[in-house]
Design a protein around this ligand. Structure first.
Ligand SMILES: [Zn+2]
Length: 181
């Protein structure tokens, strides 16, 4: 910690002149937030200080808040993915899935910036749902004659749905590139 203090204090003049690299500036600001001693020194040198984090939101609390928010969104996405899986089955001759799975791909990819997460979110609920559909007789109309027939149908279904999720991911990727420019 003492080394950080010395480094921060050495950097203060540069910080005041706004000559620091963004990462270094962040380091100084973070240190100032957490170190009374350096904060006082900066204050005495009349260096414009970063606004103090209010005591109510310690970093830990903030992280927890963000995690809770993320988890809520994750549950939301998973729920949506399940609803989509249930409402759209190719065999049902329902073509809505083309649009909904594309949108799902776009939304999840833009949110998580991860192709893997987007594919898993679309694929897992879909596969589970189709296995339920074809392997159990809860929904008698769809009950397949054999396990392999059911598995085959579930996989074909999965592949057709994923195709549009991948298209969605590609659209999401393009949107991201355009936004970043
Ligand atoms: Zn310090």
């Amino acid at each position: 910690m003492k080394t950080n203090c010395a480094v921060t204090q050495d950097l203060l003049p540069l910080y005041e002149e706004e000559l620091l690299q963004p990462d270094t500036q962040r380091f100084v600001e973070e240190h100032l937030q957490s170190c009374q001693e350096c904060w006082k020194i900066a204050e005495q040198s009349q260096i414009p200080l970063p606004s103090k984090v209010n005591p109510g939101s310690s970093p830990k609390k903030m992280i927890r808040k963000i995690t809770v928010k993320l988890t809520t969104i994750q549950i939301f996405f998973v729920a949506i993915a399940f609803v989509l899986a249930m409402s759209t089955t190719v065999m049902n001759d329902n073509r809505d899935f083309i649009l909904t799975y594309t949108i799902l791909g776009v939304a999840v990819y833009l949110f998580y910036r991860s192709v893997l997460v987007a594919i898993l979110l679309a694929a897992v609920p879909n596969f589970i749902w189709n296995c339920l559909l074809y392997m159990t007789d809860i929904f008698r109309d769809y009950y397949a004659d054999s396990f392999f027939e059911a598995l085959g149908m579930a996989l074909i279904n999965l592949a057709t749905h994923l195709l549009f999720t991948v298209i969605g991911i590609a659209i999401g990727f393009c949107i991201r590139k355009i936004m970043e420019e």
